[in-house]
Design a protein around this ligand. Structure first.
Ligand SMILES: Nc1nc2c(ncn2[C@@H]2O[C@H](COP(=O)(O)OP(=O)(O)O)[C@@H](O)[C@H]2O)c(=O)[nH]1
Ligand SMILES: [Mg+2]
Length: 306
């Protein structure tokens, strides 16, 4: 597998991924800024509107416009705007290198957000670079959830640990970590349930899974990623708080960016919660996951270099 498998791709995939956002909204930005001339109050106001319509949010949009005003970059306002947006993202911390044992990632998020698909995508990347991946079917609530993960495991070449449906998800996660340690795996990806109707139960279940993983392997889980559906836009942002309060998030995976005109929601999420966005989902296939790159994203959002 080439560069794409590891997700080290340039701005182009963000450009295609953000097509809908740009068509709906961001073309306005180009139209407003592309005319050249002064960044007068009317222009700035229209820009702020465009950002809000792209779901950048009422918190981030005025701050971005304020900075643009101060920057006095009449020469290339579009690029200035992209740079200002890019700077609002917190750079992800370097992943701590492990001395031994597998890296354990717990995947959380509401139903349908793309958890299982993201697990397949992450597995594929590690497998493509020669790593061994264990998946844990800790969404034991629905039999179909297990089967879906099993199909992905077969397809990408990962091992799967599952138990009969209804069994204790923490036990499945524990077994997977233990098995991965014993068999010298590189990565364990733990799929979890996402039913929000029983909010408290789900959060308690996730806390337990986290605790029990720590008993199987000290320092694990090494990452807890929230998978979020970008098409829910601003409405989905409260999920960040909910899951972060329960288990503490190390990062966010924003899925379905290809299917939304609300791509600005990434800016809103970064502004409001400051949790790094690690990956972005751009489709349903196993290689449709790329590393988040704030600069490339911001340029694509604003339409620089189109
Ligand atoms: N277009 C698009 N669809 C996605 C993406 N990620 C997941 N999906 C689709 O979203 C649906 C729900 O995904 P799934 O992984 O089952 O969600 P889960 O319930 O959180 O495990 C499936 O039809 C996936 O193919 C993405 O990045 N882009
Ligand atoms: Mg699932």
């Amino acid at each position: 597998m080439g560069e794409g498998a590891r997700g080290k791709v340039g701005p182009n995939r963000f450009f295609s991924g953000l097509k809908k956002t740009r068509q709906a909204i961001t073309e306005r930005i180009s139209a407003i800024l592309g005319r050249g001339g002064a960044l007068d109050d009317e222009t700035l106001e229209r820009l702020e509107e465009a950002l809000i319509l792209a779901d950048v949010g009422a918190l981030a949009a005025p701050k971005i416009i304020e900075e643009l005003k101060k920057s006095q970059s009449e020469a290339d306002p579009q690029r200035a705007l992209a740079n200002i947006i890019a700077q609002r993202f917190k750079p992800p911390e370097e992943a701590k290198a492990l001395t031994s044992g597998p890296r354990v990632i717990l995947i959380v998020g509401v139903n349908g957000s793309g958890k299982t698909t993201t697990i397949a995508k992450l597995a594929q990347r590690t497998i493509a670079s020669g790593g061994k991946v264990m998946m844990a079917a800790a969404d034991t609530f629905r039999a179909a959830a297990c089967e879906q993960l099993e199909i992905w495991a077969l397809r990408v070449g990962a091992q799967l640990i599952r138990q009969k449906s209804g069994s204790d998800p923490a036990a499945v996660a524990f077994d997977a970590v233990k098995a991965a340690m014993a068999r010298d795996f590189d990565l364990v990806l733990i799929d979890t349930a996402g039913r929000l109707q029983t909010k408290t139960n789900l959060m308690e279940e996730l806390k337990k899974i986290k605790r029990v993983i720590g008993k199987a392997m000290p320092d694990a889980p090494h990452e807890i990623l929230l998978v979020m559906d970008a098409t829910t836009g601003q409405n989905g942002l409260s999920q960040i708080e909910l899951f972060n309060d329960a288990v503490g998030l190390s990062g966010i995976v924003m899925t379905k960016l290809d299917g939304t005109a609300k791509g600005g929601v990434l800016v809103a999420a970064a502004e409001k919660y400051g949790i790094p966005i690690k990956y972005v989902g751009l489709g349903e296939k196993a290689d449709d996951l790329i590393d988040f790159d704030a600069q490339a994203f911001a340029e694509a959002l604003v339409g620089v270099n189109e």
